[in-house]
Design a protein around this ligand. Sequence first.
Ligand SMILES: Nc1ncnc2c1ncn2[C@@H]1O[C@H](COP(=O)(O)OP(=O)(O)OP(=O)(O)O)[C@@H](O)[C@H]1O
Ligand SMILES: [Mg+2]
Length: 357
Amino acid sequence: MQAFLKGASTQSVKPQKDKSAGTSGEKKPRALPWVEKYRPKCVDEVAFQEEVVAVLKKSLEGADLPNLLFYGPPGTGKTSTILAAARQLYGPELYRQRVLELNASDERGIQVVREKVKNFAQLTVAGTRPDGKPCPPFKIVILDEADSMTGAAQAALRRTMEKESRTTRFCLICNYVSRIIEPLTSRCSKFRFKPLANQIQEERLLEICQKENLKYSKEAIDALVRVSEGDLRKAITYLQSAARLNSDKEITENSVIEIAGVVPPKLIENLLQICYKSTFEKLQIAVKNMIDEGYAATQILNQLHDVIIQETLSDKQKSVIAEKMAELDKCLADGADEYLQMMGLCSVIMQQAAQTD
Ligand SMILES: Nc1ncnc2c1ncn2[C@@H]1O[C@H](COP(=O)(O)OP(=O)(O)OP(=O)(O)O)[C@@H](O)[C@H]1O
Ligand SMILES: [Mg+2]
């Protein structure tokens, strides 16, 4: 650990001097997670979020920047986008003076908003960099994971945002926009970050495969895209795990499925067939086996849900099952017993299926 820290501190001076060498990939420590290694360095590299990229590019060309609110599911590029934009706006030297970055790991109660944020916002700034190049005459306060801020702390921002609008722009980032109080959302331009399209994810993953010299099958990439459901961070993390696991072998669909903890579709199908045709005792054994194998009940539930929707049951039967699934989801989140919950659901499926005959 100490060696690592030493290494980090000696290196920290270098990248600023010769940035081009840093991007070639040779000087980077090998252990860097790929999500960080392939984090977009400029806004142009952010894929699939065209609207926000267009607005940020305008402000890079000198136009004013509105207060921003980014929201959307995890791993879609929210944090990366604003960090890349801020770097491009200010360059490495000014970045520290001009950008205040606070996330959920920092104390962000009302006191901090009153003191730290307010004091930072009140500072005035020049419109040029030390090297003479123009830069925007404002600072940026990034409040990442803002949905975890208390209502009072959010309320304390309201007036600050307005009063300091001459010198400061705010960028709020969250997953759940409904947890941001309305007065704040109405002060910001809202941008929804969409889950990344399959095509885009595939392109990114292939790019990484190429750069890392990985051997892979087409099905493995398809599986990665499928299991990550628009979350590119998840896809990249799984890819890295799979690459570690098969260091010089080809990455296969099966290894991806195993890493992602997906229940093999055959098992799900088998479980459904038992619900439809077999006895309660067999069902008990099947569910117990699945839980003993270590498959997470929430994962089984999600996959069952996708399959049930496609089944040839009547709408009424599907709705009864879906309602039970919703109940189950809440119970599992609250820490209920996985076996009992799964049995509860399978019994309902069994009951409903019996009504067709
Ligand atoms: N639109 C995108 N374009 C390029 N890379 C992306 C994109 N979205 C995600 N990534 C990749 O995923 C990683 C995580 O992205 P980021 O941290 O920006 O997600 P986030 O939206 O802030 O998620 P969270 O809500 O969990 O904080 C990045 O390092 C990058 O490699
Ligand atoms: Mg983030």
